[in-house]
Design a protein around this ligand. Structure first.
Ligand code: C5P
Length: 407
């Protein structure tokens, strides 16, 4: 299974900041994602972490000294810069940021940056006062106007013991930023994609809800794939245990009615709505204001009323700027998959529906893989093999793209 970083050549620049220890984790995450990671350490970075730490993880040479005659990479640093798909400088110290803003090249990292045409991600990490300093702010603004992507810094506890803006963005999020920056001119750039995810929760009282087993993984994977192809993505998410996706505007809702309201707004100027959420079919007629007391009765009847069909009520010709909207639905079925799914296409006005057999162990809720059948409005049926949910996301987007070209 291939992911967005598979076979990508990443140059990871590490500079002198206590956050260096996190870049060992970042190198590991990049490597695990299938990227070829070449690490360049500045002199001060080697005071915090050793080249060996990175070499053990990346299994590749690590550059520290541009004049090291024994290092093939150091000698060929310009080739390294030319071959890179992306540069990620994490952590980026105030000193390196200042040098970058002025085009200096007095070490291996800076020289390689000057020699590259690849996109560059900068993850500043420093004391809050250093970051707020007028000179640093000026330098960061220069890097932005030079076209570099500045990730963070984040707010939080700093090495000084103080809390402020200066923490390096977490490695997991930097992986997301790297994927996003690599894909920013992708085939969905300029397209606005709305994705729904998770299982809605219908409140019985302030404590109890009626919900379902949807993990949200499929919707989040679609949103991630769309972001990595350059789309502007809005994710409308019912409660899930999943971490937020960097670069994806996420609107959190709980109930079907809340989801309906938000989607109604968001779909106005969207090119596509991909409705991966498991919307509860029913909700309590009324939600109690305070927690219902446990009574001595053996049974408890709750009156339910039907939720509106959200996707069916999204008008496929309502979009103002983008023309017709491509509507994609999901069908979680346990029997007569094709028959039941086909009926939903016309009932809900869909372009196509993604059906999965929720009884299969490697498909459906909670797992990271899915085996889906895509059924089109014209009756065409495509049975796809078992894939990661991310790959299913891309397969769906491929078909959305065909739909957009056609409309
Ligand atoms: O009708 P059924 O729930 O099987 O259809 C599933 C598809 O319809 C999914 O895409 C789901 O997100 C969407 N749906 C909806 N509003 C509902 C119920 C389901 O948009 N009330």
């Amino acid at each position: 299974m291939t992911g967005p970083l598979s076979k990508k050549r990443i140059v990871l620049g590490v500079t002198g900041s206590i956050a260096c220890y996190k870049s060992i984790d970042l190198a590991s995450k990049f490597t695990q994602a299938g990227a070829e990671v070449d690490v360049i350490l500045t002199d001060s970075a080697t005071k915090f972490v050793t080249p060996l730490s990175f070499k053990s993880i990346t299994h590749r040479q690590v550059v520290t000294n541009i004049f090291d005659i024994n290092s093939e990479l150091a000698v060929n640093h310009v080739a390294l810069a030319e071959q890179a798909d992306i540069f990620v400088i994490a952590p980026a110290s105030a000193n390196t940021i200042a040098k970058l803003a002025n085009g200096l090249s007095d070490n291996a990292l800076l020289t390689s940056v000057l020699a590259t045409k690849s996109p560059i991600v900068i993850a500043p990490a420093m004391d809050a006062n250093m970051f707020e300093n007028a000179a640093t702010q000026r330098n960061v603004a220069t890097l932005m106007s030079d076209g570099m992507f500045i990730a963070g810094p984040a707010k939080g506890r700093l090495a000084s013991g103080l809390t402020g803006l200066g923490r390096m963005v977490e490695p997991r999020d930097l992986v997301g930023v790297t994927e996003m920056v690599l894909g920013k001119n992708g085939d969905f750039s300029g397209k606005r994609i709305v994705v729904s995810a998770g299982g809605t929760q219908e409140a019985i009282d302030p404590v109890r809800t009626i919900s379902n087993r949807s993990s949200g993984k499929m919707g989040y994977a679609i949103a991630e794939a769309a972001r990595n192809r350059g789309a502007t993505v809005t994710l409308v998410s019912a409660p899930t245990a999943l971490p937020d996706l960097v670069g994806v505007r996420t609107i959190k809702i709980e109930s079907a009615l809340e989801m309906k309201e938000v989607l109604g707004e968001e779909c106005n100027d969207a090119h596509s709505i991909i409705m991966a959420a498991a919307v509860a079919d029913w909700r309590p007629v009324r939600t109690l204001k305070s927690k219902a007391k446990k009574s001595n009765k053996e049974t408890w009847k709750i009156n339910l009323t039907k939720n509106p069909d959200i996707i069916a009520n999204i008008d496929s010709i309502s979009s103002k700027e983008s023309g017709n909207i491509v509507k994609v639905g999901f069908a979680a079925e346990s029997e007569n998959i094709i028959e039941n799914s086909s009926a939903k296409i016309s009932k809900k006005g869909l372009d196509f529906i993604v059906a999965n057999d929720i009884t299969a162990a490697d498909s459906g809720f909670s797992v990271d893989t899915n085996k889906v059948t895509i059924i089109h409005a014209d009756g065409t049926i495509e049975k796809l093999p078992l894939m990661s949910k991310y790959e299913v996301g891309n397969a769906i987007l491929d078909r959305v793209k065909t739909g957009l070209d056609f409309k």
